[in-house]
Design a protein around this ligand. Structure first.
Ligand code: ATP
Ligand code: MG
Length: 446
């Protein structure tokens, strides 16, 4: 910026820490993942639901649980300065989907399979695989009690990894039973942890009475021994929970899905019961979980709706995209079909209309516009055309305007028009000609 000497240069603004831009170079990855998600949801009969980013804070406090990490210390909560309402940016979407399902009575005519995708917000320490605005794709199967739907949502994950070309993802499953089973286990677990007080880290001491189950999920190496020796929740399951868990394992084996049972797997949200699972990648270091899910049969009633069993998952899309970069990188971005070069006032006026005509025929066209608005030399325009990646340049100059035609130049050797250096084509035949050429190269999709 030019220093006019009239004062300090204006402050350069940056994005909020932990909230990242997706730049054009990365956008192709997002588009790829979004396309895969849409196709996956259709293949399994899930319908999209879009809920607001801002909800009442008490929705999350009640839905996720007041003593969870998310609600205790990760939520962006604020008071609406205009009306005093206590609001939060959504840290996840299950509570919102359940709220919407109840509010709009979505289950009135039977169970519903729903999916969502969008930004979530958690005030965490930004690091690799962890940001403050991140994106999740999730499904929620509402109104289904059986292990078949647990298996279905797990299979959806497996299919998505496959579709995206991600190989190194493993599945861990566990059952955390029902509330009375957890209560019995909890009492024994607290007694056990109290007996090992001296070995607990600060986090574990803090959670000892509020969320002892979560202590078993510790990533602290010094605590592994204590966690390994703790009473296992699976040993407290009653017949029904055990039957559900075993039936799920049979279905997964039938489907050829590899998994391991991790008796210490618990999820960081309060609403889960019975089945919990995670898909974990080995390629992302300690932030390797790309999908977490499970059953939440009590949530509908807890949120004030009619009781209905449910099951779902949430996938962290930034982590999936980081894996794509490693395991299945995309070829350089798609280019346009035509770069339109023009010189002279008459050609400049015609160019806009010619470009529109080509677009109406289904072609992707970039029209040259000069940076200074004064027009560009032919040479510099052809340079731009080359670096655009377009297979063809369409050239309009005084001669072409006078003759009612355009010159077409093939820019890539593979294009058949490179037989001759340049081809004159009448304007009223230009789109047909180009489509014909592009179909020949396999570049054109109608
Ligand atoms: P973690 O143990 O990594 O904190 P979590 O249990 O908080 O995960 P969930 O609430 O189950 O995660 O969210 C599901 C998925 O969303 C995670 O497996 C992860 O892929 C992604 N995710 C969660 N928090 C973040 C974040 N801050 N940044 C990026 N992705 C995230
Ligand atoms: Mg977390």
């Amino acid at each position: 910026m030019k220093d006019t000497g009239t004062g300090p240069a204006p402050e350069r603004l940056a994005a909020v820490k932990g909230m990242n831009d997706v730049l054009p170079a990365d956008a192709a990855y997002w588009e790829r993942v979004e396309a895969a998600i849409g196709a996956l949801a259709r293949a399994y009969g899930y319908s999209q639901i879009r809920t607001p980013i801002v909800e009442f804070t008490r929705l999350f406090r009640r839905g996720i649980g007041a003593v969870t990490d998310i609600v205790e210390k990760e939520m962006y909560s604020f008071r609406d300065a205009l009306n005093g309402e206590e609001l939060s940016l959504r840290p996840e979407c299950t509570a919102s989907v359940v709220r919407a399902a109840i509010e709009h009575n979505l289950l009135y005519d039977g169970p519903k399979r729903l999916w969502y995708a969008g930004p979530m917000f958690r005030h965490e320490k930004p690091q690799l695989g962890r940001s403050r605005q991140f994106h999740q794709f999730g499904v929620e199967a509402l109104g289904f009690a059986g292990p078949d739907v647990d298996a279905e949502v797990i299979l959806m994950g497996a299919r998505l990894w496959d579709d995206l070309g991600l190989g190194h993802v493993r599945l861990e499953i566990n059952s955390i039973g029902e509330a009375p089973e957890r209560a019995r286990h909890r009492a024994d677990l607290i007694a056990y942890l109290e007996a090992h007080q001296e070995g607990l880290d600060e986090d574990a001491r803090r959670r000892l009475y509020s969320n002892p189950l979560r202590i078993l999920d510790t990533k602290n190496p010094a605590m592994q021994e204590i966690a390994d020796g703790a009473p296992r929740l699976v040993d407290y399951l009653g017949d029904e929970s055990r039957g559900h868990f075993e039936a799920l394992q049979v279905l997964l084996r039938d489907s050829g899905i590899g998994f391991s049972v991790n008796p210490r797997l618990v999820r960081g949200l309060d609403y889960y019961n019975r089945t919990v699972f995670e898909w974990i990648s080995s390629g992302l270091g300690s932030q390797g979980t790309i999908c977490g899910g499970g059953r939440y049969d009590a949530l509908m009633a807890l949120m004030g709706g009619k009781s209905a069993p449910a099951c779902g998952f949430a996938i962290g899309l930034e982590r999936v995209i980081a894996l794509l970069h490693q395991e299945a990188p995309l070829a350089p971005g798609e280019s346009c079909d035509v770069y339109l070069v023009h010189q002279g006032a008459a050609a400049g006026r015609l160019a806009l209309r010619v470009a529109e005509g080509l677009r109406s025929a289904g072609l992707d066209v970039v029209l040259h516009c000069s940076p200074d608005g004064q027009g560009s030399s032919f040479k510099s325009q052809m340079k731009r055309a080359d670096s655009s990646g377009a297979p063809f340049a369409v050239i309009l100059g005084d001669e072409e305007v006078a003759a009612g035609c355009a010159s077409v130049k093939a820019l890539r050797e593979a294009a058949p028009a490179s037989q001759g250096p340049q081809q004159r084509v009448a304007l009223d035949q230009l789109s047909d000609y180009l489509v014909g050429q592009l179909v020949g190269t396999g570049d054109f999709e109608e």
